[in-house]
Design a protein around this ligand. Structure first.
Ligand SMILES: [Zn+2]
Length: 275
């Protein structure tokens, strides 16, 4: 049975057999020499781009003011999973009922992974539906400056850490799985001929998107209130707008690669006016 048919004109290059809980899968890489490899270089502008802040309270907040929540079905599946795991703990190891439950759990894990991937694809297409360029925090750099020191795995996935478990954020971290989402996003961008530009995330939650003034906040402070220019808005929304701004500036000014460099570029020399 095909998951997807091999498109006409494509040649199968390699095949990999993958064992999953419900059977064996074969993954092919295919090639069509008539498809040109194009490098897309769309120039970002304020109009054709948006900035996106990935977070825990909201999965994503966009610079055009969209707040995207983690879907409820993740929660429901995880709830079912923890119930099954509790039942499993009571069975004697390697007994027949233990084996049956073990298999059920593996299948549920697989279902959750597929639901997540499916949702991430839909979200990526949705976010690109009205823009050409997306500015995004570089998660590798982030190494979680402002997200209570979460640990990242080799693939950029979140690993459980004591602190997040304590504050009840563990589930959200797993649900979020930003590393995978960014990969999906990059694939979708390539498919649509659009662009993802990564921005240094340092300072994006602590500065004002409008005037770059530093507005320090602890992780629990959800509101951005700037005493210098009077901006009042949700902190993640402010971050999304700032990510877009820094992203745009970095494509226009060689000296700007981060909030810090933007601050020294604009705020230390009185002569320069912020765009
Ligand atoms: Zn301000």
């Amino acid at each position: 049975m095909y998951n997807r048919r091999i498109p006409k004109g494509f040649k199968v290059k390699t095949g990999t057999v993958i064992r999953e809980v419900d059977g064996l899968y074969i993954s092919f890489t295919i090639e069509d020499k008539t498809v040109p490899v194009e490098v897309v270089e769309i120039q970002p502008t304020e109009q054709n781009s948006k900035g996106i802040d990935l977070g825990l309270i909201y999965y994503a907040v966009t610079s055009d003011g969209e707040f995207i929540e983690v879907p409820k079905f993740f929660r429901l599946s995880e709830h079912r999973l923890s119930k099954l795991q509790m039942r499993l703990a009571k069975k004697s190891k390697h007994s027949k009922p233990w084996k049956i439950l073990k298999r059920k759990i593996a299948k549920l894990h697989q279902l959750i992974a597929r639901q997540r991937l499916d949702w991430q694809f839909k979200l990526a297409y949705h976010l690109f539906s009205d823009c050409q360029v997306i500015f995004l925090e570089d998660l590798q750099i982030a190494n979680l400056v402002r997200r209570c020191k979460a640990k990242l795995g080799d693939n950029g996935q979140f690993l459980p850490n004591g602190q997040s478990a304590k504050s009840g954020l563990n589930k959200s971290l797993q649900d979020a799985a930003f590393g995978q989402f960014v990969q999906v996003w990059e694939y979708v961008a390539w498919k649509l001929g659009k662009r993802i530009i990564k921005v240094d995330p340092k300072g994006t939650s602590q500065h004002c998107w409008e005037c770059l003034n530093k507005v320090s906040k602890s992780l629990s402070e959800r509101w951005h209130s700037c005493s210098k220019c009077g901006q009042e808005l949700d902190r993640d929304y402010n971050s999304a707008l700032l990510i877009q701004k820094i992203g745009l500036l970095s494509t226009q000014e060689e000296d700007i690669t981060s909030v810090k460099t933007a601050v020294s570029f604009y705020l230390t020399e009185e002569s320069r006016a912020l765009p």
